[in-house]
Design a protein around this ligand. Structure first.
Ligand SMILES: [Zn+2]
Length: 107
């Protein structure tokens, strides 16, 4: 989506609000909000959402966040398991190739 040049010459895109009061509601706001010489323009792009959606969407966002956290934990665990697997292959190869058995090397 193309940016919009505001009065203070900041260029901003339409963004999503993720507050509980306005979840997923798009708005256009000054990119220099709060800074000196900012125009502080703010306007909603989407109409106000209904009360039911305002109740449900934050819960859904929380569910997604928890699933993403769990997915990240499982990815870390999977990477660790892959490392153990690779190390076990290296150990098996070294054991067979170098003739180690029961901690003793056969010459
Ligand atoms: Zn501005």
């Amino acid at each position: 989506m193309a940016g919009v040049t505001l009065l203070c010459a900041s260029v901003d895109k339409i963004r999503n609000s993720w507050t509980n009061a306005n979840p997923s509601r798009r708005f256009l706001g000054c990119g220099r909000y709060g800074q000196t010489n900012a125009c502080n323009v703010f306007a909603w792009h989407d109409p106000k959402i209904c009360d039911r959606a305002r109740q449900v969407i934050p819960g859904l966002i929380g569910c997604i966040s928890r699933y993403e956290d769990e997915l990240e934990k499982r990815k870390k665990k999977m990477r660790l398991l892959v490392w153990f697997l690779v190390l076990s292959w290296v150990w098996m190869f070294a054991k067979d190739f170098l003739g180690f058995e029961n901690g003793q090397q056969h010459l």
